[in-house]
Design a binder for this molecule. Structure first.
Ligand code: SAH
Ligand code: SF4
Length: 389
């Protein structure tokens, strides 16, 4: 917690040159871009010529070291630390509960301002640790196989709430380097996927700002190659994603005809398969990324035939791609079933023989309802289950 007792500390002239009206309550620094952090410091009177240095110093404490208390920022003058504490806070969303699956997957229920809740899932693997981050509370879209899609959109997450998920999981993993010690090279949290609750491209600016913080080499410093944004197909924002974020792109494809995709991913009625594919074709070059991940949920007798597999490879021909087959994760009341294992393997085989990598995503954290598409805030879930009784 931030020490606010310094609020009454005397204001020193060298720091506060011009008296200004400040917003009520401390401003949370977590989630501010470098430019906004600079503005916030200018606002409390940090002299112009010091701004760059101050931003760098704060950035390193917050995002490289994970420090939350201004008093620990030992390379800053005591009076300046007090000044910072009087105006600012360094706060993360609150972890309400944590569940650990038998396979090591960790699911965090996180409370954000207004009392809303989102879920964040950490998935450890032998060569990496992936954090599945939420970008919205609920979702405006209504994909018929997705549990989040049954929850109305409550609001967009702020950049601080998005990057805050990364930071709170690093807290839990104990992954902040201690001052003076070398940075931990083998990262426990090495990858981010924007595949939690919400449609990230419908919260573009906030997702972008948060990912810029994640990628900043002076802080959390994750390579843009280790960040994957998954979209249901918000076509007008795809080019922007390439230009302004430059991360890897995954697309929830899920069907090979407009008729089926309209039913599974209703945004297809707005931007159909052809329009989507055009936008995807341009992505790798624009973002200088290698290939696009096509996510394909395997739904029994809906989209899993040999014909579907053949149509799929034909549709994506010419696009550098990997096809990620996701066995459907069931949730209470879901209107679909998971395709049989042999069916999934046969489908994967056709795709593979056509020259595409076609991994079948192993469901993780199923025992704690942490798998893809099962996320929904616990209170919403409880409400729904009460209604179902
Ligand atoms: N809104 C974004 C990102 C979140 S969903 C999107 O739709 O891409 C992350 C992935 O999980 C998407 O590919 C989504 O289609 C898939 N998914 C949703 N519900 C699922 C379920 N019940 N079983 C398997 N995958 C699911
Ligand atoms: Fe929203 Fe993605 Fe779920 Fe569709 S699959 S309802 S876009 S979270």
């Amino acid at each position: 917690m931030t020490d606010t007792s310094a609020a009454t500390a005397p204001i020193t002239q060298d720091v506060l040159t011009i008296p200004r009206k400040l917003p009520e309550g401390p401003v949370n620094l977590v989630g501010l871009t470098r430019e906004k952090l600079r503005d916030a410091l200018a606002e409390i009177g940090v002299p112009e010529k010091q701004l760059k240095m101050r931003v760098n110093q704060l950035w390193a404490w917050i995002y490289e070291r994970g420090v939350r208390d201004f008093a620990e920022m030992t390379n800053l003058a005591k009076t300046f630390r007090a000044e910072l504490a009087a105006h600012f806070a360094i706060e993360l969303p609150e972890v309400v509960s944590k569940q650990v699956s038998a396979d090591g997957t960790r699911k965090y229920l996180v409370k954000i301002a207004g009392g809303h809740e989102v879920e964040t899932v950490y998935i450890p693997e032998s060569d990496r640790g992936t954090l599945c981050v939420s970008s919205q509370v609920g979702c405006t879209l209504t994909c018929s196989f997705c549990h989040t899609g049954t929850q109305k959109l409550v609001r967009n997450l702020t950049p601080g709430e998005i990057i805050g998920q990364v930071m709170l999981v690093r807290d839990d993993l104990g992954e902040w380097p201690e001052p003076g010690k070398p940075k931990n090279e083998a990262r426990l949290l090495s990858n981010i996927v924007l595949m939690g609750m919400g449609e990230p491209l419908y919260n573009f600016e906030n997702v972008r700002d948060a990912m810029k913080i994640a990628m900043d080499p002076e802080g959390i410093s994750l390579s843009r190659r280790r960040i994957t944004l998954s979209t249901s197909g918000v076509v007008p924002e795809i080019a922007r994603c390439a230009e302004e974020i430059g991360c890897q792109l995954a697309v929830s494809f899920h069907a090979t005809t407009d008729e089926v995709r309209d039913r599974l991913v209703p945004i297809n009625k707005k931007w159909n398969i052809e329009t989507l594919l055009d936008a995807l074709r341009a992505y790798p070059k624009a973002s200088n990324s290698e290939r696009i991940t096509f996510e394909y949920v395997m739904l029994k007798d809906v989209n899993d035939s040999d014909e579907d597999a053949r149509r799929l490879v034909k549709l994506i021909s010419g696009i550098p791609a990997k096809i990620n087959l996701i066995p459907f994760n069931e949730w209470p009341g879901a209107p679909y079933e998971r395709s049989d294992w042999e069916r999934i393997e046969k489908f994967a085989d056709i795709v593979y023989k056509a020259g595409y990598s076609s991994p079948i995503r192993t469901p993780r954290g199923e025992d704690i309802m942490a798998a893809c598409g099962q996320l929904k805030s616990a209170t919403e879930r409880a409400r729904r289950e009460r209604v179902a009784l």
